[in-house]
Design a protein. Structure first.
Length: 386
């Protein structure tokens, strides 16, 4: 067997055992129908994979762990077939990536262009579902040298990106067609003019006005890209509330999500590129250029599989701040003034109410929350003093 055959044989065996174990029940009747289908589909692994090595500059992009990363295509429609194919080594240029995606992975020009543009912007995107039903993964590391990290990432792919496809592919139980049963009518397909009519509740405003009252809400250069992207969603939704009043609420929700991302990114900065995980004072794992979710997923895995006691786990000699409350306490311990605790906690409660709603709240057209959150995000990241 080739090196890549061995890697993916181990990987698919891991996925089958992990998902089967996670969804096991003492009483089979307790198993949700979709769980049964998922386990059935997963146990049909392997599936065809194709690999391209990509030579990257990890000095320019420090969150890339190695100088060789991979593009991997998972051919989900052909699950059950065993084929592992190494294709090529290419430089991380637009032309080389686009050409390789088309020639080696056989995807369409449109899909190749979208992936290439998204990927080469900053090499931060790690997954792309494409029109032929397959999925392309970009790893931020060399799989050959980082097998444990790859297994954790692959596990997340199967739980998050492949889950629905596998269930829909192998589901045999008939679901109730409620549209037919209740004779429900489909939503009308509106013309462009009708779709872009102002909401009657914003008729006293203009698009220009909505843009103007948030145009000076800016994030400083030190703020990381994931925070910027989510905060930009908040600003876009604020503007497009002109057409749908309820988007003001979604705007505030995205701003609060950006705030949460900022807290996690600020914590990651404190790790200085490496998370050293100890249990009972023994080093058990290290993650270079970690993400918050990678650390959290690893700890969850160890609690589930090895019954770790969370109080005996440390990351860089400090308790890992899992969840918003612990992140807030971490910020207070690391320089944020104590009076901020009230604002952080209020933001946490509003964020939770929007992420886990019991009803559909409607926020008014105010830029106040965006202003406050942008200020606090900038304060978390600023390196300058007046």
């Amino acid at each position: 067997m080739s090196e890549w055959d061995l890697i993916f044989s181990e990987a698919f065996d891991f996925i089958k055992k992990d998902i089967t174990q996670y969804h096991s029940h003492d009483d089979p009747e307790e198993m949700i129908p979709n769980e049964r289908v998922l386990v059935l589909g997963i146990n049909k692994l392997p599936l065809p994979v194709e690999i391209i090595d990509v030579e990257v500059d990890n000095q320019t992009y420090p969150y890339l762990k190695d100088t060789i990363c991979q593009l991997v295509r998972y051919n989900l429609p052909k699950i059950g077939e065993n084929l592992v194919k190494y294709c090529d080594k290419i430089p991380a240029t637009k032309n080389a990536i686009s050409t390789a995606l088309i020639e080696h992975f056989g995807i369409s020009n449109d899909d190749a262009m979208f992936i290439t543009e998204s990927l080469t912007a900053k090499f931060e995107y790690t997954g792309f579902s494409i029109s032929d039903g397959s999925h392309i993964q970009f790893t931020r590391y060399n799989i050959r040298n980082n097998m444990n990290e790859f297994l954790i990432d692959l596990r997340s792919l199967f739980y998050q990106s492949f889950n629905d496809y596998i269930i829909n592919r192998f589901k045999t139980e008939k679901e109730t067609d409620f549209n037919k049963l209740y004779q429900l009518k489909t939503d009308p397909v509106l013309s462009r003019d009708d779709l872009l009519k102002p909401d009657s509740r914003t008729k006293h405003m203009t698009l220009e006005y909505l843009q103007s009252i948030i145009s000076d809400i800016q994030l400083i250069p030190e703020v990381s890209e994931p925070v910027r992207m989510e905060f930009q969603h908040a600003k876009d939704l604020f503007i497009f509330s002109y057409f749908k009043y309820e988007f003001f609420t979604l705007s505030n929700r995205s701003a609060l999500f950006a705030y949460e991302i900022a807290m996690k990114q600020r914590y990651l900065q404190s790790l200085k590129g490496k998370a050293v995980i100890t249990y009972e004072n023994q080093i058990v794992h290290e993650i270079t250029q970690p993400t918050y979710s990678q650390i959290a997923d690893f700890l969850y895995e160890m609690r589930r599989k090895k019954k770790w006691k969370i109080g005996d786990v440390k990351v860089n000699d400090e308790k890992f701040p899992s969840g918003m409350t612990e992140l807030i306490n971490w910020l207070i311990r690391n320089g944020s003034p104590k009076w901020k605790l009230q604002f952080y906690d209020a933001a946490r409660k509003v964020r939770n109410s929007l992420a886990h709603p019991e009803h559909a709240p409607i926020f008014p057209p105010s830029n106040g929350l965006l202003l406050r959150i942008a200020y606090d995000i900038n304060e978390l990241f600023t390196s300058k003093k007046e």
